[in-house]
Write a protein that binds this ligand. Structure first.
Ligand SMILES: Nc1ncnc2c1ncn2[C@@H]1O[C@H](COP(=O)(O)OP(=O)(O)OP(=O)(O)O)[C@@H](O)[C@H]1O
Length: 453
């Protein structure tokens, strides 16, 4: 049991309960060696940042420490240290770490500085919402209810929000839900995928252009800032934005004005910005590929979405939610299907879970009529049209993942069939390691012995 366990709120279990708060330990960061020796800060928040940048919680002057060197995150019962790609690394007990759980009392070495991390005696109180959903977001786990408590507070305001989290954890859903729950919901919600725009078109996409501004600009056109006037602009994959454009974006956010490419007047826009990334933006700041000032401008409030691994108790709830949407009135999911879900991992998070449910329903593996059949059978449809195979009813990212999974499944089954279920030979044929193939089979719910038969 770690020292942090003492601070987990007394009677709350991981099962959703109508609690309204969670006591988290404050963290004392004490510099025990290096240029800033003797410096000490108490952080009463679940996230503490260490680095030489002025906005860090522990600001160091040691030149061997990076701007945003590393962070400490306290969640119920655990403390995690994550290095943001610092130049000189973060070490615990002589070992370089990237992302690791550490106990209280740990001494972290960052550059030429050593910091002891203690549990403070001024616990902070983190709000937990009693909700089990927020807008389109579904989930009743503690981390989700902590998130709802923050969203409830910030959604009605115009606060700029940075949403981080692994792929498929629901960052788009957060942005949409925040817009829907804001007083701007009569205005437009305009999403833009910064990772999908060619660099040459970026400025015109954001700010618009005037006719004749460049070849191909045959008429005046509004950019997304103007389209979102009075509403919300969702800048997805913000980590992919080219450096040169970041300065222009920053100016637009600070001045709340935009100037179309080829135009000479600035127009005022009233836009709320929500940005999202699955990248470690602090790492990008250290690498010099993301502007630090833009980072702080966007992260006025930063919310981090938990992966599905961190909230397995949400899997049945989400599964039922997707099932209800696919088969209205079909009733509860069968217990053995729920057991199958519990035994499976979803590295693609909620997106992968949703696709899995959809595939299972379309293949008849779960159905309101009668008991489930064997694990999802492979349906060979060699003559199907491409349009039939591509799940056109899904958003692009969901469809792409569903397609990839379907491809992996067909491919893997074929390899196993060819080799009579021999995993080693199938891996050789596929040019991957045996372990990789086994992991893939487990993830897709394929049993090698069934395929070879
Ligand atoms: N908490 C949730 N409740 C209901 N549906 C969810 C939730 N989280 C994600 N989804 C669904 O999962 C899919 C992926 O979600 P979303 O596109 O928001 O993920 P993302 O974090 O933005 O992923 P990426 O980083 O790849 O853009 C969508 O179909 C979305 O509706």
């Amino acid at each position: 049991m770690s020292d942090f366990d003492d601070f987990e709120q007394g009677s709350t279990t991981r099962v959703p309960a109508p609690v309204t708060g969670l006591r988290l330990p404050s963290v004392d960061l004490v510099v025990v060696e290096g240029k800033d020796r003797g410096k000490r800060v108490t952080v009463q928040a679940s996230l503490s940042r260490i680095g030489t940048a002025g906005n860090c919680d522990l600001v160091l002057t040691d030149p061997t420490v990076s701007r945003m060197h590393c962070e400490l995150r306290v969640r119920a019962g655990t403390m995690t240290v994550k290095d943001h790609g610092s130049t000189n690394g973060t070490y615990v007990g002589g070992a370089r770490i990237r992302d690791a759980d550490v106990p209280a009392g740990t001494v972290l070495r960052v550059g030429a500085t050593s910091i002891r991390v203690d549990v403070g005696d001024a616990p902070s109180f983190v709000e937990v919402s009693p909700r089990t959903s927020f807008g389109e977001l579904v989930g009743a786990s503690l981390p989700m209810r902590q998130l709802y408590a923050v969203l409830e507070r910030v959604a009605p305001m115009d606060t700029t929000l940075l949403v981080t989290g692994e792929t498929g954890t629901g960052k788009d859903v957060v942005a949409r839900s925040v817009h829907a729950m804001s007083r701007r919901n009569a205005g437009s919600y305009v999403p833009i995928d910064c990772g999908a725009i060619p660099e040459a078109l970026f400025e015109s996409e954001l700010f618009g252009h005037m006719r004749g501004a460049f070849s191909g600009a045959t008429s005046d056109r509004r950019g997304v800032f103007e389209e979102a006037d009075g509403g919300t602009l969702f800048l997805d994959e913000i980590g992919e934005m080219p450096l040169a454009l970041q300065a222009k974006l920053l100016r637009a956010i600070e001045t709340r004005t935009v100037r179309r490419v080829g135009g000479n007047t600035a127009k005022r826009v009233d836009v709320r910005i929500v940005a999202a990334t699955n990248r470690d933006l602090a790492r990008r700041v250290n690498e010099g590929t993301f502007r630090e000032d833009l980072y702080y401008r966007l992260a006025v409030v930063e919310v981090s979405l938990p992966s599905l691994r961190e909230r397995p108790e949400d899997v049945p709830l989400l599964a039922q939610h997707f099932y209800d949407k696919l088969s209205p009135g079909a009733g509860p999911l069968p217990q053995d299907f729920l057991r199958l879900l519990a035994s499976r991992s979803f590295p693609g998070n909620v997106r992968e879970l949703r696709n899995f449910i959809e595939r299972s329903v379309s293949l008849g593996f779960v159905s309101p009529h009668g008991p489930p059949s064997a694990p999802p059978p492979s349906v060979e449809r060699p003559h199907a049209e491409l349009d039939d195979l591509v799940p056109l009813h899904l958003p692009l990212k969901d469809a792409r993942q569903a397609w990839t999974e379907r491809f992996e499944e067909v491919y893997l089954r074929a390899m196993l069939k060819k080799t009579g279920g021999n995993v080693t030979r199938a891996a050789e044929l596929a040019g991957v390691s045996r372990r990789f193939l086994q992991r893939l089979a487990a993830r897709l719910g394929i049993r090698a012995s069934d395929e070879g038969a």
